[in-house]
Design a protein around this ligand. Structure first.
Ligand SMILES: [Zn+2]
Length: 420
């Protein structure tokens, strides 16, 4: 086989000489490579069985309740590291090695929990104490366990991270068994971005506080990887700030479009590109007004021919949104402007847009938006949602640099006195 790269997309080419074997669905991918141990960074990207040499950073007994109700399984969770990084571990067999022990592990399997790889140790895995005086010490490996917001991925466990609290609130709700429960959550930041933190314990930091979390887990909420703690012991309020206080009103981390689309979902980013497409469904749309029973929230799905996919024919509520494609010459991303950023970008209120469309028609409206924005270089602040389907930017705001492509070209010509 060969792998080709074209426009930042990789394709696998199966040649005449490639041998193709069909793997049965749900079966174990059998990619047994050489017996040489591989490093943790490589193991994290592997599927199937691997051999590694790693130091035990932490272990903790845990119990998994079988889904069929037939009982409990005693397992050991933990974390392994070498100088390329660290990885979670789940042992289904006895595992009584102290943190600090260097191990050679043969025939462990890499499985993914959501987006996060984990080393699984089972009955057929061989684990033995290994001796190598040049292997990184516990102190050297301590830094491999601390994370930053930009590195968070859905399904991560054992996350150690320092954060600045932006906001904090608590909400009381009635759980399924009828009892009152409190959930606390807020927005948190570090120099690489921002995300949400949820605490299922009575943790009450104040906005502006610096906090340190241990053994936090990452759970995806609407596509964004967010932090969760379950126990007050996982959180510490820090006495002194870890970095110069970030101003939450203007905390946008610049990320190039290509880096953005090849990474994970991130909040609080700023990226730039050129508008290359405005889709025909931009403008006034109708949303489903049905109130959802479980939450204080409306359905808000877009009506097609006056009908919601879940709730049938409805009298829709008008909303404004603009869909574009942003491109930097290498990568592109779908860009969505909801009402508020769309109004600012267009310089028109939703009512003015509705009036223009009813007076001149949808096509005329689209033509004016395209004349205003195609070829324009813009900077977008917002949330980047990245999944298998592709990349989408939800804009908080979009600022044009005020120049169309031809104006920008004119400026360059003028500046450099280029004669065309
Ligand atoms: Zn609906």
């Amino acid at each position: 086989m060969s792998v080709n790269e074209w426009n930042d997309k990789k394709s696998i080419n199966i040649n005449r000489t490639s041998r193709i074997s069909v793997l049965r669905e749900g079966g174990q991918a059998n990619l047994q490579s050489s017996d040489e141990p591989i490093n943790i960074q490589k193991a994290s990207q592997s599927e199937g069985f691997v051999n590694i040499v790693a130091r035990v950073l932490s272990t903790k007994p845990d119990v998994i309740v079988k889904r069929d109700g037939s009982g409990e399984l005693h397992v050991v969770r933990g974390r392994l590291a070498d100088d390329t990084g660290s990885i979670g571990m789940l042992s289904w067999s006895e595992f009584d090695y102290e943190p600090g022990t260097l191990l050679k592990i043969e025939g462990a399997s890499i499985r993914r929990f959501r987006d996060t790889p984990e080393v699984n140790i089972g009955d057929t895995t061989r684990v033995e104490v290994f001796h190598d005086n040049s292997f990184a010490s516990m102190e050297d490996l301590a830094s491999t366990t601390s994370s930053t917001i930009s590195g968070l991925r859905n399904g991560m466990r054992d996350v150690e991270i320092t954060l600045q609290v932006e906001s904090w609130y608590q909400r009381t709700f009635t759980s399924n068994d009828g009892s009152e429960k409190v959930v606390r959550s807020g927005d948190v930041m570090d120099p690489t971005g921002r995300c949400r933190l949820t605490a299922w314990c009575d943790f009450d930091p104040k906005p502006g506080d610096f906090i340190h979390l241990k053994e936090a887990r990452v759970q995806s909420w609407q596509g964004s990887p967010d932090l969760v703690i379950d126990d007050l012991a996982q959180a510490t309020n820090l006495e002194s700030p870890t970095w110069e206080k970030i101003d939450p009103g203007d905390h946008w981390v610049d990320v190039g479009l290509t880096e953005l689309v090849s990474g994970g979902t991130r909040r609080g980013i700023r990226t730039t590109g050129t508008v290359v497409l405005v889709t025909g469904d931009s403008g006034i749309i109708e949303r489903c007004p049905v109130k959802l029973p479980d939450r204080e929230r409306k359905c808000r799905k877009r009506l097609r021919d006056g009908s919601c996919i879940d709730h049938g024919p409805q009298r829709g509520e008008e909303d404004l949104r603009i869909r574009m494609v942003l491109d930097n010459g290498v990568s592109n991303v779908s860009l969505l402007l909801s009402k508020e950023p769309a109004e600012k970008f267009l310089g028109m209120t939703q009512a003015e847009v509705a009036e223009k469309i009813s007076k001149d028609g949808q096509e005329s409206f689209l033509t004016s938006v395209r004349e205003q924005s195609l070829g324009m270089s813009v900077s977008v602040n917002g949330l980047a949602l990245i999944d298998d389907q592709g990349a989408m930017l939800l804009a908080d705001s979009v600022q044009g640099d005020g120049l169309t492509a031809s104006q920008a070209a004119d400026m360059i010509i003028e500046k450099w006195e280029v004669v065309m």
